[in-house]
Design a protein around this ligand. Structure first.
Ligand SMILES: Cc1cc2nc3c(=O)[nH]c(=O)nc-3n(C[C@H](O)[C@H](O)[C@H](O)COP(=O)(O)O)c2cc1C
Length: 210
């Protein structure tokens, strides 16, 4: 299989200037619902790109767990690589790729921790195994072996036979977007791109060349 021969024509939709909601969050919701209806696996998976401490970009997938008037919320380990990078430079971008609808959404903006009560509330809804995993994993740090990691989980299980409290190093971040871009694949690589840019209290909408 030659990589150069892999080629897909995008014919599933179009994005006219009048098709979109004036509010990017409402528009995101509509596209998210379309992705769910189209059977996209884990439609809330998004690539989070941060600014590395060495200046190189740094990307990984996390799960969107809430969308509200503030922005996009995800949960992670504050001491992880991404957590340390966000502490040093609280700016990031998110990319959603929904191939079943031939769409991409990117958002970028400023990131802050959510209030602790919010992290507590979400942590309490997680399965016990995930809660224990948050204690057992020094996310992004080297570990000697898989066996050593499993031993740490066993330690956490023994330490918390009942309710598992939220580790202080684990919680949510919310990205407040200043820019949101919708991309709809079209034929001949003449895709539609509409960008919302924050302009004070309102959003300015414009079109970009593909
Ligand atoms: C589908 C998927 C969902 C993921 N969701 C999360 C998540 O919500 N939070 C998280 O911390 N890591 C999540 N991960 C793992 C991250 O991609 C990453 O490996 C981890 O957070 C460590 O990243 P870092 O070392 O850059 O901080 C997910 C990975 C995948 C593939």
């Amino acid at each position: 299989m030659s990589l150069a021969d892999l080629r897909e024509e995008y014919r599933r939709g179009a994005l006219g200037d009048a098709d979109v909601d004036a509010d990017p969050f409402a528009q995101f919701r509509a596209w998210f619902d379309d992705a769910v209806a189209a059977g996209v696996a884990e439609p809330n998976a998004m690539t989070l790109s941060t600014v590395g401490l060495d200046g190189y970009p740094s990307s990984r997938v996390v799960l969107l767990k809430a969308l509200d008037a503030r922005g996009f919320t995800f949960f992670t380990n504050y001491d992880s690589q991404k957590g340390r990078e966000l502490a040093a430079c609280p700016r990031a971008s998110l990319t959603f790729l929904w191939l079943a609808t031939q769409r991409q959404v990117t958002a970028r903006g400023d990131v802050e921790r959510v209030p602790e009560a919010e992290s507590n509330e979400y942590f309490a809804t997680r399965p016990r195994g995930s809660q224990l995993g948050a204690w057992a994993s020094d996310q992004s740090r080297h570990v000697a072996s898989r066996a050593a990691l499993d031993a740490r989980l066993a330690e956490a299980e023994a330490r918390f036979p009942g309710e598992v409290p939220r580790p202080p190093h684990w919680g949510g971040f919310v990205l407040r977007p200043t820019r949101v871009e919708l991309w709809q694949g079209r034929t001949n690589r003449m895709h539609d791109r509409l960008v919302y840019a924050r302009d004070g209290e309102r959003w300015a909408l414009s079109r970009l060349c593909p």
